[in-house]
Write a protein that binds this ligand. Sequence first.
Ligand SMILES: NC(=O)c1ccc[n+]([C@@H]2O[C@H](COP(=O)([O-])OP(=O)(O)OC[C@H]3O[C@@H](n4cnc5c(N)ncnc54)[C@H](O)[C@@H]3O)[C@@H](O)[C@H]2O)c1
Length: 328
Amino acid sequence: MKRLVCVYGNHSDLYDRLNDRAKAYAAEKNVDYEWIPVEPFTKKAAIAALKDADAGIIDVQPYDGAIFSQIRDRCKLVIRYGVGFDAVNLADATENGIAVSRTTAANAEAVAEMAFTMIMAAKRQLALNRRVVSSGVWERNVGSEMLGKKVGILGFGNIGRRLAKLFSGWDCRIYAYDPYLSEDQCQAAGAEKADLDTIFRECDAVSVHLPYTKETHHVVNADRLALMKETAVLVCTARGNIVDEEALADALREHRILGAGLDVFAREPLPVDSPLIGLDNLILTPHVSAQTQEALWNMYSKAIDVAAAFFNGEDLGRDLLNPDVKKK
Ligand SMILES: NC(=O)c1ccc[n+]([C@@H]2O[C@H](COP(=O)([O-])OP(=O)(O)OC[C@H]3O[C@@H](n4cnc5c(N)ncnc54)[C@H](O)[C@@H]3O)[C@@H](O)[C@H]2O)c1
């Protein structure tokens, strides 16, 4: 039986339960599953956990050649528990003959619902209204609705498309920015393909669902924020460095846009001296968009499905992030 080791999670009732369930699910697929949480993360601890595994489920920490070169003798596959793989050095994995995968689409509903919630909350100024009530001031701040408005989605993948579907229930006009998709592909998912400037200039809500790469670094910057309407809101649940945080803090402080919601930050945990802290028109959450009971389990089951398919010699198709590894 092939051995799959999961290093994700921490010792708590929630993760104890999830890992018991994961072990049973893996056994049904003839996979020997073991949970070895690496907390706090160190490369040394990750190596110790993964070197005697045939495959590993890894967390959001940086995984590179320093780890891969030490586990390569036995470990031939690592699966990101999650979707973003910007912290995994794919070239190093390929060099060491290790395939990299992820839990594609397993948290799309959770993240899309979070983006939707943040947009609605920002439009109704919930952070400000909560603060005034808590401070004894009965001041009624007026919001606006999303019915029939324009929503701009940057990155039209699993999460972006799910968000489009949610807003279709509000009769919204959806604009999608995704150079890797054709006009027809966008239309089939209910959106019009649009460029960045059009989206920032025209939309009432802009939601970021891009992967973090060199190309997407600071896509949301001072120039683009300056194009937005005063009544518009910006939400990012993707990765921190896609948004220029200083520029966003300035735009919010000067009320050049109505509000924003951020779940991810350039540095996590968010430093307490960040210019983003203390703004009434900004909703902050600690990278919890995928943290729902449903998504947590979906990610375990998807990771185990991927490992079982790999062990059976099946082609992982688009779930394989470094196809060049096949040449090794
Ligand atoms: N906050 C969280 O907990 C959380 C959870 C899940 C995912 N995420 C982030 O959300 C991102 C999107 O997730 P997903 O499941 O929709 O991924 P996905 O791979 O399904 O979709 C990404 C989309 O972005 C497009 N894209 C790639 N490069 C682009 C570029 N330079 N410009 C424009 N579009 C580009 C792709 O064509 C694809 O359609 C992930 O990369 C991850 O970083 C965050």
